[in-house]
Design a protein around this ligand. Structure first.
Ligand code: NAI
Ligand code: MG
Length: 504
């Protein structure tokens, strides 16, 4: 505990490379060029570890979006990207991965400054993850293929029929602030492998690494107009992208609330839509576990990235025989997860991304207390002068009606409940409008499989949490999303199937 009392909330100095990236002129990346906005509006870039303004980015106008879409449209329609040999597309995507790798330390620092996540976490998770997205998807450029299929109701030899996979076209890709670069590459990699062109819009809170990525897009050798990056507000530039008649597909990661708005708005022009939305993922702990080990795992499931993770293990269900000892074990991790400035090498958890998110999370904690939840750990914010820190929090004595149990908090807050048998806990775990991820901890193989079958979610983890791999499909059941990203499914989501039937 001494540990926590002596934390310094002073953010260490930025490196020259990071300072240079923050000092760049606010511009948009269209047609492989840095261009001014049609108007002067800017968005402040804040360091959430301090609350200080450290840069500005363009708040793109609808006219700016139109210019970016026109560039992507022209680049798609003349085939300068989709018409390249797959080998060439693969090589260029891999070159972007190489450049990212060469600048990994700078990207990790920029992500830490912009988002508030510890630099070490960004360096261990975000940046290598982003590189993997590009490398894995690059190979699909040459593996996408249709098939030859004989018709069912016609005599053999009367027609020749086959399918071809073609790129969907111009993609609008809208990403959130929790894993800025990772989400950006997760979106652009399959689109590029498929032969699409795109306009990427990072979140207004965290645009810096997407802009820096655009520098590398030119260096990697992408033809002009294939990748365009516009920074701006969701309801202005994001909305224009979603409604633009020349955009063929929207890929979005963010809140369920905005996902629904986007899906409705995209319907008018019948755009293809993939949505990765919110969650309230259960972590189920059976009675046979090694409590110390599992408690540490359950703490990591919620406190990693300050709980700002779509699959955060935010609802803990522990068997009544281990409930108290699991909570004790989790509470013992408080010093490890105590929030610190993102560039502090000792940090495992940073501040939340913004004042808005900080106030939102503190509001949920207050509501939980008002509704009668008891605080097992945290439940407050450390006293600092600036920065958006929230202490890792465990709430118990909760019931399924409370907002802290029902709604996505997107902060370091877990609600703990006890259960008796498998059917009961499956029902409790499924009592949510979300279905993104679920963790099950047990050594009982048959209980593991029984529960995995009962839980309605896009991913189920056994004795781990939040392992996300670019080769494995990822997405949500219920209101957690539409479609799948990553793996073969991820590239398929950027392809149309054309059926050709030729009478002989
Ligand atoms: P958001 O869903 O509003 O923003 C995500 C992205 O969508 C941003 O790039 C934003 O500019 C864009 N956007 C917003 N409104 C739009 C619109 N009308 N049309 C097109 N694009 C639009 O999320 P926000 O406001 O940053 O966070 C609010 C809550 O959403 C969080 O507290 C959290 O609960 C949840 N969230 C969940 C995420 C997840 O991965 N599941 C990621 C981010 C937020
Ligand atoms: Mg919003």
């Amino acid at each position: 505990m001494n540990d926590i009392a002596t934390i310094s909330y002073v953010q260490p100095a930025y490196s020259p490379a990071a300072a240079k990236a923050l000092a760049r002129k606010p511009q948009l990346f269209i047609n492989n060029q840095w261009v001014d906005s049609s108007h002067g509006a800017l968005i402040e870039v804040e360091d959430p570890s301090t609350g200080r303004i450290v840069s500005h980015v363009v708040d793109a106008s609808p006219a700016d979006v139109d210019r970016a879409v026109a560039a992507a449209r022209a680049a798609f329609d003349d085939g300068r990207w989709s018409g390249l040999p797959p080998m060439a597309r693969e090589r260029i995507i891999n070159r972007l991965a190489d450049l990212l790798e060469a600048h990994a330390d700078e990207f990790a620092e920029l992500e830490a400054i912009d988002n508030g996540k510890p630099k070490a976490m960004a360096g261990a998770v975000d940046i290598p993850g982003a590189i993997s997205q590009l490398r894995f998807m690059a190979g699909w450029a040459s593996k996408v293929a249709g098939e030859t299929t004989a018709p069912y109701a016609m005599p053999a030899g009367t027609v020749f029929s086959y399918t071809v996979k073609e790129p969907v076209g111009v993609c609008g890709q809208i990403v959130p602030w929790n894993f800025p670069l990772l989400m950006a590459t997760l979106k652009i990699a399959p689109a590029l492998a498929a032969g699409c062109t795109l306009v990427l819009k990072p979140a207004e809170q965290t645009s810096i690494t997407a802009l820096r990525l655009a520098d590398l897009v030119v260096e990697a050798g992408f033809p002009a107009g294939v990748v365009n990056v516009i920074t701006g507000l969701g309801h202005i530039s994001g909305d224009r992208l979603v409604k633009h008649p020349d955009v063929d597909k929207i890929a979005f990661t963010g809140s369920t609330e905005i996902g629904k708005v986007i899906n409705r708005n995209a319907t008018e022009t019948m755009k293809r839509v993939t949505l990765e939305l919110g969650g309230k993922s259960p972590v189920v702990i059976l009675s046979d576990v090694d409590v110390a080990q599992v408690a540490a795992g359950a703490a990591g499931a919620i406190f990693f990235n300050s709980g700002q993770v779509c699959v955060a293990g935010s609802r803990l269900f522990a068997h009544k025989s281990v409930f108290d000892s699991v909570l004790e074990g989790m509470a013992a991790t408080a010093p490890f997860w105590a929030p610190r400035p993102a560039l502090d090498p000792a940090a495992h958890m940073g501040p939340l991304v913004s004042k808005e998110q900080h106030d939102r999370v503190m509001g949920y904690i207050a509501a939980g207390k008002r509704d009668g939840a008891s605080v097992v750990m945290g439940g407050d914010a450390p006293a600092t002068d600036g920065g958006y820190y929230v202490n890792p929090t465990i709430l118990a004595n909760v019931n399924p009606q409370m907002s802290v149990v029902r709604e996505e908090i997107f902060g370091p807050v877990v609600v703990a409940q006890r259960f008796d048998d498998l059917d009961e806990v499956a029902k409790m775990a499924n009592d949510t409008c979300f279905g993104l991820g679920a963790g099950i901890w047990t050594r009982d193989v048959s209980a593991m499989h029984k529960l995995a079958a009962k839980i309605k979610s896009g991913t189920v983890w056994g004795n781990c949490h939040a392992i996300i791999d670019t080769a494995l499909p990822f997405g949500g059941y219920k209101q957690s999303g539409l479609g799948r990203e990553q793996g073969r499914a991820g590239v398929e989501a950027y392809l149309e199937t054309k059926t050709v039937i030729i009478q002989m």
